[in-house]
Design a protein around this ligand. Structure first.
Ligand code: PLP
Length: 282
């Protein structure tokens, strides 16, 4: 395997950054994850724009414009002989003697990229059965709209899911489901209205969430971006989550409550199909 580190392609095993990288010491960095299927990036426009936004929020310069970034991704895929891949992009503020404020003379941002095989049929098989989620308090900071590498609460929430035999965790803040540890949360009410938490400081504005909203509108489904409680979610007709790596993933149980008849719902299935068609090559 080959990784990209600050301008060079290097064997994955030897790819490394300095011990005083601010990403390592302060989680002072941002990242993106996007999917490539059959050599075509999914929703790349959105992912690139969000990367720019995250960098901007942390007052970090963008190390690369969109076209060269896409060229690096293509080359990374070529060198790894991948057609279907998960691409990880990370940018940290760079290397400097450990001190909380930004380095006074600036630092060279450190950009790394990796790619690994992505299995679409595995994801489709999972979606055909649906997944279980658990719930946990949302203990994250107040700016989770920035896609930073500071993910410890997300790690703990996902680990709790794994230990409970579930795929994801609904995060609950003040009784409201904000999102999941690495995806956005949705429910469908009795009238067939799709509900998902509004954008703001308490969720990461998912690129898949955005495209799914557009798909729902094209399917003439009504979408309400509003807060919903855990109780509402447990009583919903359908539930699902969205992310770059899971597309639209039906949820069949929340904690010990079965959702609908315990099978993936028809709306989630339609939306998943529509999403895969729309995101491809964007
Ligand atoms: N919410 C969180 C906390 C995430 O980490 C992610 C993706 O990793 C998402 C939502 C979904 O975002 P996207 O659809 O852009 O992958």
């Amino acid at each position: 395997r080959v990784a990209y580190v600050n301008g060079s392609f290097t064997p994955h095993l030897n790819a490394h950054v300095h011990i005083e990288d601010r990403g390592y010491q302060f989680a002072d960095g941002v990242y993106e994850v996007c999917i490539v299927i059959d050599g075509r990036t999914y929703d790349f426009d959105g992912h690139y724009r969000r990367l720019e936004r995250s960098l901007n929020e942390l007052r970090m310069p963008a190390p690369m414009k969109r076209a060269p970034l896409e060229a690096v991704i293509r080359e990374l895929l070529r060198r790894n002989r991948l057609r279907d891949a998960l691409v990880y992009i990370q940018v940290t503020r760079g290397v400097a003697p450990r001190n909380h404020p930004f380095p006074p003379n600036g630092a060279e941002p450190v950009m790394v990229m990796t790619a690994r095989r992505f299995n679409v049929s595995e994801s489709d098989a999972k979606a055909a059965k649906g997944v279980k989620v658990i719930s946990q308090p949302d203990i994250r900071w107040g700016r989770v709209d920035i896609k930073t590498v500071g993910l410890l609460p997300n790690v703990l929430a996902k680990q709790a899911a794994v230990e409970a035999g579930a795929a994801e965790t609904f995060l609950v803040r003040d009784g409201v489901v904000t999102e999941c540890s690495s995806s956005n949360a949705w429910i469908v009410d009795k009238s067939g209205v799709l509900i998902t938490h509004p954008k703001g400081n308490h969720i990461l504005g998912g690129i898949t969430r955005e495209t799914a909203i557009a798909c729902a509108q094209e399917l003439q489904l009504k979408v309400e971006e509003r807060a919903f409680t855990l109780e509402e979610a447990k009583a919903a007709t359908e539930a699902f989550m969205t992310s770059a790596t899971s597309f639209v993933m039906p949820i069949v149980a929340i904690d010990d409550s079965r959702i609908g008849d315990g099978q993936p719902g028809p709306i989630a299935a339609r939306l998943r199909n529509a999403y895969k068609n729309k995101a491809c090559g964007n």
